[in-house]
Design a protein around this ligand. Structure first.
Ligand SMILES: Cc1ncc(COP(=O)(O)O)c(C=O)c1O
Length: 369
């Protein structure tokens, strides 16, 4: 027997658990982690090199601990795209929105406290809750994956969670959550506790509808989290951010590590923000491809959940894992999120999507015969 995790004095709640792990397999077409398939344009690569070269001259010093220039530019981006005025005091940034979520749970969750999410949803909400010692409550959804508002209100009233997660567009299902639903859950959460409501808008740039940022007005316990991993095509950068009342920004600074955002990260993100217009043009192409995937999957005979994201949930399968394997055997990696009967495909380049559609056409034929 080799020495393993269970032989170490790890925390009880971590025993027997698995780390987050979307497979990183070496296959021709990888459509499993909701990345943007387009590499950064060459002009931006050059600008990143310039900005990082400048930052490198000061690497003997710690970076700007408060990332003021970056937060100012992120606030400008949010204001320009939502019409809702925000400034540096409303915005906080960290290494990916996963770290933003971790900081929020360290601040508002923790031992003796709980968080709720409406599942299936982004699995890291529950995993980060576990990592921060926050109890996790799995809230309900309807059969069609929309949030069952009366049942959700009841769960909030009963469990009185400290943090409520709402993901819109939702991952892995793709559907957007209407503003009225978020408002109803916010009211329920304030009546029960009051607690923080975190709206995870990681995919909002791909949505047919608008961001919920304007709901921040007059709601100090509401937080909107965002990322540069998807629309900005910069998953490798690790830059996530939140918008909220300035008091929330002050509160998360109680738990953030000093100098958590490296000077190289800040310089790279600032360069990417200079190229926002170009990067958002790729978003338009991806939205068109996403809509094509929805239409073609339906034409092939699959059921598809309405998608406002850069991915599409399709089914139904008697054995989704067996179907996942058949698609993989044809050189295309999609995601089995463990939602019984369903799989998820990320919108790739037109060529990648064609390869995926050819693969699922074949699989469908085989399953019909
Ligand atoms: C809903 C949702 N939120 C947050 C994230 C995390 O993004 P990142 O940490 O790359 O910013 C993801 C990544 O897939 C996601 O799907």
């Amino acid at each position: 027997m080799t020495f393993g995790i269970d032989d170490l004095p790890v925390r009880d709640e971590l025993r027997g658990k698995s780390p987050y792990g979307a497979p990183q397999l070496d296959v021709p077409v990888r459509l499993n982690t909701n990345e943007n398939p387009y590499p950064l344009p060459e002009a931006l690569v050059e600008r990143i090199a310039e900005r990082v070269r400048e930052a490198a001259r000061d690497l003997n010093r710690y970076p700007d601990r408060d990332a003021v220039e970056l937060r100012t530019q992120l606030a400008r981006y949010l204001t320009n795209t939502s019409g809702h005025p925000l400034d540096v005091s409303n915005v906080w940034a960290a290494n990916g929105s996963n770290e933003v979520i971790q900081q929020l749970l360290q601040t508002f969750g923790g031992p003796g406290r709980t968080a709720i999410g409406f599942e299936p949803s982004y699995s890291m909400h529950g995993l980060i809750a576990r990592g921060t010692g926050t109890g996790w409550i799995s809230g309900p959804r309807h059969e069609d994956f929309t949030i069952d508002v009366p049942a959700a209100e009841q769960a909030i009233a009963e469990h009185r969670p400290d943090v409520v997660f709402v993901t819109t567009p939702n991952n892995p299902t793709g559907n957007a959550v209407p503003a009225e639903t978020v408002l109803a859950l916010y009211e329920a959460a304030q009546a029960a506790k009051p607690s923080m409501v975190v709206v995870d808008e990681a995919y909002i740039e791909f949505s047919h509808g608008a961001s919920l940022l304007p709901l921040l007005d007059g709601r100090p316990n509401l937080v909107v989290s965002r990322t540069m991993s998807k629309a900005f095509g910069a998953a490798g950068l690790r830059l996530g951010y939140l918008a909220a009342h300035p008091a929330v920004v002050d509160a998360v600074q109680l738990v953030r590590l000093p100098y958590h955002l490296s000077a190289v990260t800040q310089a790279t993100a600032l360069a990417a923000l200079e190229h926002t217009d170009t990067l958002l043009k790729y978003v338009e192409q991806l939205k068109t491809e996403r809509d094509r995937l929805v239409a073609e999957l339906r034409a092939i005979g699959y059921e598809v959940t309405e998608s406002d994201a850069n991915f599409v949930q399709f089914g139904r399968f008697a054995d989704s894992h067996a179907t996942w394997r058949k698609i993989l055997d044809r050189g295309v990696l999609v995601r089995d999120n463990g939602v019984p009967g369903w799989l998820r495909v990320t919108a790739g380049t037109p060529e990648e999507n064609d390869a995926f559609l050819d693969a699922v056409r074949e699989v469908k034929k085989e399953q019909n015969t």
